[in-house]
Write a protein that binds this ligand. Structure first.
Ligand code: PRP
Length: 185
């Protein structure tokens, strides 16, 4: 879905990143990841559902073998702010013992989800656990999360598109934009 399909409804306040800008940044991140993990096996762990698009494009930008696995955890209610409540809805299929794990996320908002997830995965005996996120909101961070790969730092606004939803909509929008307050107020 392109921006013009929601523009008429005035849903998007502002486009933050076009599809081309997102893909270009993911290619840069992939190059860094290739260099850092040279000679090591790599397991990408995607966090459903928001990270689906990032995972698909980041993984395809990597010119090397990777494995992919998925977790589903709940961190939000149906509203627009983090609740801090985290529970596993779907666990990994992969044994992490001795594995180099790179968590792939669409966004770090308060950091509550990721700090919980990193601790959870580290308790499973991996060789390493690092984080790659396309977006980060520095002003919203409530927990100190060590993020190795960040696509873009963004303002503390409600963003949708490229996997990010509001009430399960807008995930298939190609760009990332801020949602007009009238949509969620
Ligand atoms: C989003 C995002 C992260 C989390 C970040 O997922 O994918 O997992 O919120 O928020 P935090 O830093 O404040 O903890 P969400 O719970 O919206 O689920 P979704 O990926 O299925 O949309």
């Amino acid at each position: 879905m392109d921006r013009q399909h929601v523009e008429s409804e005035l849903d998007l306040e502002q486009t933050l990143f076009t599809e081309d800008e997102i893909l270009a940044r993911l290619r840069e991140m992939a190059a860094q990841i290739e260099a850092d993990y040279e000679g090591k096996d790599l397991l990408l762990v995607g966090v459903l559902k928001g990270a689906v698009m990032v995972m698909a494009d980041l993984a395809r930008s990597l010119d090397r073998h990777v494995e992919m696995d998925w977790m589903a955890i709940s961190s939000y209610g149906s509203g627009t702010t983090s609740s801090g409540v985290v529970r596993i809805l779907k666990d990994l299929d992969t044994d992490l013992t001795g594995r180099h794990v790179l968590i792939v996320e669409d966004i770090i908002d308060t950091g509550l989800t990721l700090s919980w997830l990193v601790a959870n995965l580290r308790s499973r005996g991996p060789a390493s656990v690092e984080i790659a996120t396309l977006l980060r909101k520095p002003e919203a961070l409530q927990m100190d999360v060590d993020v190795t790969y960040v696509g873009f730092d963004i303002p503390n606004a409600f963003v949708v598109g490229y996997g990010l939803d509001y009430a399960e909509q807008y995930r298939n929008l190609r760009c990332i934009g801020t949602l007009a307050p009238h949509v969620y107020s």
